[in-house]
Design a protein around this ligand. Structure first.
Ligand SMILES: Nc1ncnc2c1ncn2[C@@H]1O[C@H](COP(=O)(O)OP(=O)(O)O)[C@@H](O)[C@H]1O
Ligand SMILES: [Mg+2]
Length: 243
């Protein structure tokens, strides 16, 4: 079966700074892969490459068997890749509904907005009673739901989710993961970037560990806990992770 996403020996850089070194990873249809590793090792960069936001300096990115290396980001979204970025990526001064309408107009066109809105509120019931509220006044968890709703409703082939649990209360993290689980059941493949290891291990089939811009381990989630405890994470977890 054709993989939903394949990175082949991807290198990436920010100006002169090389962030990724020959990163290869594959995500099959409906598969959930956790990308784990300490701060600053390149997880977000991999996420950006996977959704076309950063072009590799060398190597290849294939979505559904089509080489999209260096293609503009809209080709990735048309191919079914959605990206829920790090942080609260909502427009604070727009209402919940306007945030959604803005996204859906871009992705679905004017005709598709009403349908997509209805599905967004079905998928994230917490947002419906707040549809006229300014997004900036939502709680952190609600803002994360909103930024997920903006990309998820189209039932993407692949959702790239970057640190969705960062800074959220444990109960909200549970809700976020619950939503990811439902999305998964609906057939969406997942690339989950996380520092919160237990949730990611519970949700995902496979784990890719990143260290200093390179893959250091790739294997079944069931084996990952030991590997993480043994060598990669212990030291990093003891270090302060910043704000
Ligand atoms: N826009 C940028 N410009 C310059 N360097 C960056 C930029 N984004 C990230 N980096 C650097 O690239 C490396 C990997 O960053 P990132 O992918 O954000 O790591 P992670 O998500 O694992 O914390 C870090 O050293 C970081 O400082
Ligand atoms: Mg990051």
């Amino acid at each position: 079966m054709t993989a939903v996403l394949e990175l082949h020996d991807v290198c990436a850089a920010y100006g002169p700074f090389r962030a990724l070194f020959d990163v290869s990873l594959t995500i099959g249809p409906g598969e959930a892969v956790a990308l784990l590793g300490p701060n600053g090792v390149g997880k977000t960069t991999v996420a950006r490459v996977a959704s076309g936001l950063v072009a590799p300096t060398s190597g290849r990115v294939e979505v559904d068997g089509v080489d999209l290396s260096g293609a503009p980001v809209h080709r990735y979204s048309r191919a079914g890749v959605a990206h829920a970025p790090e942080g609260r990526s909502v427009f604070a001064t727009l209402s919940v509904e306007d945030n959604l309408v803005l996204s859906f107009r871009q992705s679905k066109g004017r005709q598709g907005v009403a349908d997509a809105l209805a599905r967004a509120f079905e998928f994230f019931p917490v947002l419906e009673p707040r549809r006229r509220q300014l997004a900036g006044t939502l709680s952190g968890g609600q803002q994360r739901m909103l930024s997920m709703a903006r990309v998820m409703v189209e039932a993407p082939k692949l959702l790239v989710a970057d640190e969705l649990s960062l800074g959220l209360a444990p109960i909200v993290v549970d809700q976020v993961y619950d939503t990811l689980g439902r999305l998964r059941e609906a057939g969406t493949a997942l690339l989950i970037v996380e520092q919160h290891v237990p949730h990611a291990l519970a949700l995902c089939d496979r784990v890719v560990l990143l260290g200093h811009g390179a893959v250091v381990w790739d294997g079944p989630a069931a084996d990952a806990a030991d590997v993480i405890a043994d060598k990669v994470f212990r030291q990093a977890q003891d270090e302060p992770t910043g704000p």
